[in-house]
Design a protein around this ligand. Sequence first.
Ligand code: AFP
Length: 322
Amino acid sequence: MQRLIYTLKQDQVDLDLIMVIRTVLASCKEIAFRVGQGALGDVLGSTLDENIQGETQKKLDVIANQLIKNMLLTESNVAAIASEEEDDIVAGNANGKYIIAFDPLDGSSNIDINGQIGTIFTIFPAVEGLAQDDPRQFQQKGRNQLAAGYVLYGPSTMLMLTTGKGTRCFTLDKTHGGFLLTDEQVSVPAETQEFSINMANARFWYEPTSRYIDDLLLGETGVRKKRFNMRWNAAMVGDIHRVLSRGGIFMYPSDNRDPNKPAKLRLLYEAYPMAMLVENAGGRASNGTADILDLELETLHQRVPVIMGSSKEVEISTSYYT
Ligand code: AFP
């Protein structure tokens, strides 16, 4: 089976970018080890702190953030990093070619129940002429991403990666420590009978979301004339991994639950990288009215509604919002 580095070289990825991806993955391997230790490694439970989003930080959120941050800041090619767990941009090397954003531990509520969790990351070119920690560094369109991926710490540790030439899946060989290519072209079926949304939020949804989900729930007897099944992992990495593996539609729409938080998922750390992976696997990713990759980040921790997955289903779903 092919090693990651060989695949990236075959894809003619810039060697400096390969080095940065390898550094991210080196920290993910360490996180995978810590996750595997569980209670024995004292990684379960919460800290007393809150992150910039006002969410309680889990011990593993902090450990994962520190590991990735420390490793990336030793890389000469890294100009700046942004993390879901950091208030501001952290400056790296003044001559670095790349800026990297990451959600160190997605699906925090699954940590203590031994459920699916993961690390999501994205790499953009650094903007020349701007200080490394200038907020405008990250104010780029999703289409500018050079690479995006996630590492899923499930029963096996898997890497889903794109550098813009398709989406590839690798599995961590825990005996030898390398990521090996296990699916060279991930492909999301255009049609699906599986949807993924947190139904507990139904009373807060806006009318188009309610109408679309109602139509799915009517099954064979409704306008869709087929039965839909539902899955919800409470970790976007887990839900998107299922969508990339067998198709489906994943939604976290805006709602009126909290006027200060019209949407839940973060554009930079979650929506951008997942959208790039899904599009490169033949799927679609939208905020309801525009492709996520065409949006331009305005603020570092900006949130965005998300609808992504099987292309035909995303098309049907977004037609409810126009
Ligand atoms: P964390 O960033 O706190 O780990 O939250 C995970 C997440 O942003 C995303 O991965 C899930 O899809 C979503 O939250 C789950 O949210 P619910 O609380 O509505 O299930």
